[in-house]
Design a protein around this ligand. Structure first.
Ligand SMILES: NC(=O)c1ccc[n+]([C@@H]2O[C@H](COP(=O)([O-])OP(=O)(O)OC[C@H]3O[C@@H](n4cnc5c(N)ncnc54)[C@H](O)[C@@H]3O)[C@@H](O)[C@H]2O)c1
Length: 484
């Protein structure tokens, strides 16, 4: 098989296999063909990976930040040099068009390695004067062994967004990719070794949810960072709480994108397209509830339909393709179920809604209009190319409706009125907001959700706080006064 890795797992600097584990077939979503066959980690493999990470951690943390950072930056350079090959793997693993994977996956992973590599040398504590010559100082310490668990939409990016800050702080990692997209994290592990990383600092084990669950409860693990759905997040958060482990939760969303009638329609349509159909709609922060002010509703919908008709849907390896298949047959069927619910509950289908008559898991980009807040498609995360357009009259009304959800990942507003834009983002209950743009996630800025969409932030200097903790040291320069 063309994409068969040397073995399923990467532990202590080498590929490792244990065929006793359940089979994981890797399927190319554009054709349905099996392109690799891996095995889920057995308890012996899980133990081997955690032990490797545990043993490597003290030595890794004892290196200077500058030395650790140099390795991460070298890994970033290797990833960029191999971007094409890595993008081909990512396209076969996820079905995302090569046009996308070339600019948003290994390159985003390399950005994280470079950014956190650059920060590694400056991760310090502070000196706190206490009066009379006494003082305290703080030491920024690594947490220990961290577990990363990934979703299937951005496999390389997630492997690096978790790995890079963890390693920069002196932690080691055991990363479990999604069982749907297991290939690229192995490449990240290989590249780190090539860049000079000590063995055991970044290990990859494959597996289904049960493997993730065993990692989360292991006493050797200090921290769990999960990217996944809210129901999985709830389970992982509860399991981690048993032994008070640190957590970062990057979970799902049902984000609002509000278009006022003074907005530049062309830009608003572009934002709605990026926020609903990039990666065939499989992006956590997507603005899938598009609230359009009544005055421009028909103009917005007709321009949207015109632009969607120009999408190039097809072979993801063709550089001209800009809309690919869904990641799996199962996910495609979930989305088709939501399309049926949308129709049954009275939404007006204005574009798409069907599967393409070809091999692979292709759905047309789909738009429903006249959606109301109570409809299933307006309440639940679909995680596919389905946009719901809802009408609104006033700013006050739309803000209240935008926030009426348990999710709080992202929110966006399109308007030419800058004060209204800032009023709206001040009112949005969301971790990541966009004014006249949508779905940016550069490494320099924090990314994450509030409410049930998450705990903690990835990227930016803030991620450092989620992968390290402060030790406070009090120093007395004077005689001690005791009461007796
Ligand atoms: N906020 C973000 O940054 C972000 C980014 C991408 C995706 N997502 C979310 O991810 C979801 C789609 O991905 P998915 O379908 O792979 O999610 P999922 O929740 O089904 O699985 C996520 C990961 O958790 C593992 N897992 C499942 N059960 C587990 C358990 N009990 N213990 C430990 N691990 C377990 C899975 O094997 C997988 O690796 C969507 O909800 C999407 O919004 C969020």
């Amino acid at each position: 098989m063309k994409f068969q890795p040397e073995a399923s797992h990467f532990i202590n600097g080498a590929y490792v296999e244990d065929t006793a584990g359940a089979v994981i077939d890797v399927i190319y979503p554009a054709t349905g063909e099996v392109i690799a066959r891996l095995h889920s980690a057995t308890p012996a493999i899980i133990d081997q990976a955690l032990e490797a990470a545990r043993q490597a951690q003290a030595q890794w943390a004892a290196m200077t930040g500058t030395e650790r950072g140099r390795i991460l930056r070298r890994a970033a350079d290797i990833m960029r040099a191999r971007n094409h090959d890595l993008s081909v793997i990512e396209t076969h693993d996820t079905g995302k068009p090569i046009q996308e994977t070339t600019v948003a996956d290994a390159t985003s992973g390399a950005d994280a390695l470079e950014y956190f590599g650059g920060l590694a040398g400056s991760l310090t504590g502070e000196h706190i004067p206490l009066g009379g010559g006494d003082f305290a100082y703080t030491v920024r310490e690594a947490l220990g062994v961290c577990v990363g668990i990934g979703a299937w939409n951005y496999p390389t990016q997630i492997a690096c967004w978790k790995g890079a800050p963890a390693l920069a702080c002196g932690n080691t990692m055991v990363f479990k990719p999604s069982e749907t997209t297991p290939l690229s994290a192995l490449k990240v592990a290989e590249i780190l070794i090539e860049a000079g990383a000590p063995k055991g600092i970044y290990n990859v084990v494959q597996g289904y949810g049960d493997v993730g669950a065993s990692l989360v409860t292991d006493p050797r693990v200090a921290k769990v960072s999960l990217t996944g759905s809210v129901p999985t997040g709830r389970r992982v958060y509860a399991a981690a709480a048993e032994s008070i482990k640190h957590v970062t939760m990057e979970l799902g969303g049902k984000s609002p994108l509000v278009v006022f009638d003074d907005a530049d329609i062309e830009n608003a349509v572009s934002g709605a397209i990026l926020g609903n159909f990039y990666s065939s709609g499989q992006v956590c922060s997507n603005g899938t509830r598009v609230f359009v002010q009544k005055g421009i509703k028909e103009a917005f919908l007709s321009r949207l339909a015109e632009r969607l008709a120009t999408a190039v849907i097809g072979d993801p390896m063709d550089p001209a393709t800009n809309f690919g298949p869904m990641v799996s047959e199962a996910q495609m069927n979930i989305v088709l179920g939501y399309v049926d619910k949308g129709k049954a509950e009275g939404a007006r289908l204005v574009y798409g809604g069907t599967r393409l008559d070809r091999d692979g898991f292709y759905l047309l980009p789909t738009v429903f209009a006249d959606v109301t807040d109570d409809m299933t498609i307006a309440r639940e995360e679909i995680f596919g190319p389905v946009m719901s357009v809802l009408d609104f009259d006033t700013e006050e009304e739309v803000l209240e409706r935008a926030n009426a959800t348990e999710f709080g990942l992202a929110a966006g507003v399109f308007t030419r009125d800058i004060t209204r834009a800032h009023r709206m983002v001040a009112g949005f209950e969301a971790g990541t907001c966009y004014i006249n743009s949508y779905n940016l996630a550069p490494v320099e800025a924090p990314f994450g959700g509030s409410k049930q969409s998450g705990v903690g932030r990835e990227n930016s200097k803030l991620a450092i706080n989620h992968f390290s903790e402060m030790k406070t040291v009090f120093v007395s320069m004077n005689d001690i006064q005791a009461p007796y």
